[in-house]
Design a protein around this ligand. Structure first.
Ligand SMILES: Nc1ncnc2c1ncn2[C@@H]1O[C@H](COP(=O)(O)OP(=O)(O)OP(=O)(O)O)[C@@H](O)[C@H]1O
Length: 696
């Protein structure tokens, strides 16, 4: 891999972003060409027979609220679906001709947006979802858009994220091409200079606001504050990354610096916001902060900190509210009239002109209010994507912090980077990587039984040390790239974890964290019988249980439905073992809400859910998002060929094995699994020796 001059490097990132966008659109296109609407509905990619109502939202957008009318549905609640805030949904009359969506394969260009795609369809962004309501936002609906009586929505690929990433990368590129002097931060990121450190005088040590931080957290805070351009905080599972970031942010505010705090996900941003918005005895004054982003995506309880909420409580907001009401009334008359009440001809034209003028006025005034609120905030919080929104256009920050940076692609990080002078990245490159559609790494690894064993196999290809490398794909995150280029000098690791007991800690610590990850005293002896109502029991109090199915002929099966995840596998016997063990746990008074079940295969997740949920609807199946007292992992793969597919992805395995607080249960075929890689072999050996091994 050749060293690349900065221009080449940025151009390559733009190219990779476009490849990723194309891959996402292709996947969407394949789905729509191949799948019928009813299959899309069953797969959560479409919802049908909805009724809608319009209103006006932030920025003068038309909001369409969708519900399930009793005439067509026995329950007002939506079935499980895949529509999330920020997704693009194609809205059209129920029963419109065609399969999924004949022309629904491409996201809209700016000009196309809001115009018809197939017959009477229009694209809208999912704004808010609840169990029985979904609100879509339409930026520029055409004047003659009338809400159909019965509505169907279909999920389509959303190009906006990629467009924004390319926009900011191109902005950086233009700086280079114009030979503008680069800021020290950009020079470091583009390989023009090494990162530097400001040496604190030993006579004036840092005074910590949160004195309870442990030694490695304090060292990380000091390091991040002393770094002039960029610092990495490496936070293995449960090591207090958020606590550490909160201290850094407070220290920045204390030093009168403005901070932009970003996360790869809304949840990571809100975790920080939740702690930052509570004052500390050593820092009692509330920090002026604002959370940028759809209030719908912000955790309830925190919405008062959103830019929306703060904007609507300023002095000028009453006038804007009046304009909004006026637009709403006019639009309602224009859109919802039918038959004799429908406004026609020149009157209709005149009223639309009025609406357009009012919308302009609304946007201008609201823009003014938004700028006023953001100017007053010392700390602005947003997702990396949200940081590129219009409301932050003119603003610059002393420090940009990106949490979950190892889960963000490098182009996503460039959105906030261009707004700051200094960058602090927090994350763990040995946990979940960014989700990518263009990488064929996983696909390639499916069916592969090669075992080119290194301790970090299964992670993204490492960036080449000492060079500004051209990445083969977006799997090389900025976090990994900087780590590979500058080595340990650019990062500080948080070494004490506050989540799981010593036994659960031992394998990931040895294999992934060079033995440096240790459990805090408060968690090292955690066991199941600490839970209320659970009696002490030798087996249940074993921190790790392994159901080894080797030699039991409990073989996997390929998924039957070829149109979705044809690579997916399931294993009925393993699902039975899991089900029985769950029953045993619940019989021993372990609350179902303390149990979660994980499998890397979608088909197995569906199978497990169908088995477990009728009896225990509270048990989370499939998600690796939350931490639980008990986590059961079903590995699925059992075959004569020793094929392990996804299991070789050690970052996912690492996440699975570090979720449980007290009790990790692994169900799998040691014979098949150990053939997958050196890491898997070592894990199986460790389980055989250290876990309570049970034969199913
Ligand atoms: N120095 C500390 N002393 C005591 N408890 C701590 C300390 N630091 C963190 N914790 C506790 O550890 C838990 C995890 O902390 P936090 O949420 O900050 O970790 P994280 O690294 O962000 O978590 P995750 O791995 O889920 O991203 C929290 O309950 C927190 O209160």
């Amino acid at each position: 891999m050749a060293a690349a001059p900065p221009e080449e490097f940025l151009k390559r990132l733009v190219e990779l972003t476009k490849t990723e966008q194309a891959a996402e659109e292709k996947e969407s296109s394949l789905l729509f060409t191949n799948a019928s609407v009813s299959l899309l509905e069953r797969s959560g990619l479409a919802l049908g027979n909805l009724s809608g109502q319009t209103s006006i939202g932030l920025g003068g957008r038309l909001l369409v609220e969708l519900t399930r009318p009793a005439a067509y549905h026995s329950s007002p609640d939506f079935p499980p679906h895949d529509f999330r805030p920020g997704d693009l949904a194609r809205l059209r009359p129920q029963g419109a001709a065609g399969g999924g969506a004949r022309k629904a394969t491409r996201g809209p260009s700016k000009e196309e947006k809001g115009k018809e795609k197939d017959d009477d369809a229009l694209d809208a962004v999912v704004y808010r979802t609840t169990a029985n309501r979904m609100v879509l936002a339409v930026d520029d609906p055409s004047d003659d858009f009338m809400l159909p009586e019965r509505i169907q929505i279909i999920k389509v690929a959303n190009p906006i994220t990629f467009v924004r990433q390319c926009f900011f990368l191109n902005r950086a590129l233009r700086k280079l091409e114009a030979a503008e002097p680069l800021s020290p931060l950009l020079s470091v990121l583009l390989g023009q200079q090494k990162p530097t450190i400001f040496q604190r005088s030993p006579d004036e040590p840092l005074s910590f606001i949160n004195e309870n931080l442990n030694a490695s957290q304090k060292e990380a805070v000091d390091f991040a504050l002393s770094s002039n351009e960029v610092a990495l905080i490496w936070g293995p599972p449960g090591t207090g990354k958020t606590e550490t970031l909160v201290e850094i942010i407070r220290q920045c505010v204390k030093a009168d610096k403005r901070v932009l705090v970003c996360g790869a996900s809304n949840l990571s941003v809100d975790n920080i916001l939740a702690r930052l918005s509570v004052s500390h005895p050593n820092f009692p004054q509330p920090i002026p902060l604002t959370r940028v982003g759809h209030p719908a995506r912000v955790l309830s309880g925190l919405t008062r900190h959103t830019l929306d909420a703060q904007s609507s409580s300023t002095d000028s907001s009453a006038l804007v509210e009046d304009i909004k009401k006026e637009i709403e009334e006019l639009e309602n008359k224009l859109r919802n009239g039918s038959g004799k009440t429908r406004i026609r001809g020149s009157e209709r034209k005149k009223m639309w002109e009025e609406v357009r003028e009012l919308r302009k006025e609304f946007r201008k005034r609201q823009g003014g209010i938004v700028s006023e609120v953001v100017s007053k905030a010392k700390v602005v919080l947003a997702t990396t994507h949200g940081a590129g929104g219009r409301s932050l256009d003119r603003f610059e920050f002393d420090v940009v912090i990106i949490d979950e940076a190892a889960q963000a692609t490098e182009p996503a990080c460039w959105i906030p980077i261009l707004k700051g002078k200094k960058l602090i990245l927090a994350g763990d490159h040995l946990q979940l990587p960014p989700t990518l559609k263009s990488s064929d790494r996983l696909t390639k690894s499916l069916g592969s039984k090669s075992s080119k064993a290194t301790s970090k196999e299964g992670t993204a290809p490492p960036a080449q040390p000492g060079k500004l490398t051209l990445s083969p794909d977006l799997e090389v995150t900025l976090f990994s790239r900087l780590l590979a280029r500058h080595g340990p000098s650019i990062r500080r690791m948080l070494k004490v974890q506050y989540r799981f007991n010593a036994k659960i800690n031992s394998f990931p610590s040895t294999m992934l964290y060079d033995g440096e990850l240790v459990p805090d005293e408060s968690v090292k002896d955690r066991k199941l019988s600490d839970l209320e109502g659970v009696e002490a029991d030798e087996d249940l109090d074993e921190p790790v249980v392994f159901f080894d199915t080797a030699g039991q002929a409990m073989y996997e099966r390929a998924a039957e439905d070829g149109s979705f995840g044809s690579a997916s596998k399931s294993n009925e016997n393993e699902a039975d073992v899991v089900h029985k063990y769950v029953q045993a746990l619940v019989n021993a008074n372990v609350p179902p809400t303390s149990i979660s079940i994980i499998s890397p295969y979608n088909s197995q997740v569906l199978l497990l859910a169908s088995l477990i949920h009728p009896q225990y609807p509270e048990i989370e199946v499939g998600s690796v998002d939350s931490n639980q007292d008990v986590v059961i992992v079903s590995l699925v793969r059992s075959n004569a060929e020793g094929e392990v597919g996804f299991l070789r992805e050690l970052r996912r395995l690492n996440v699975s094995m570090t979720r449980p607080r007290r009790h990790l249960v692994v169900v799998g075929d040691s014979e098949t699994v150990s053939k997958g890689s050196n890491f898997l072999k070592k894990w199986m050996e460790w389980l055989e020796e250290e876990a309570l091994v049970k034969v199913p």
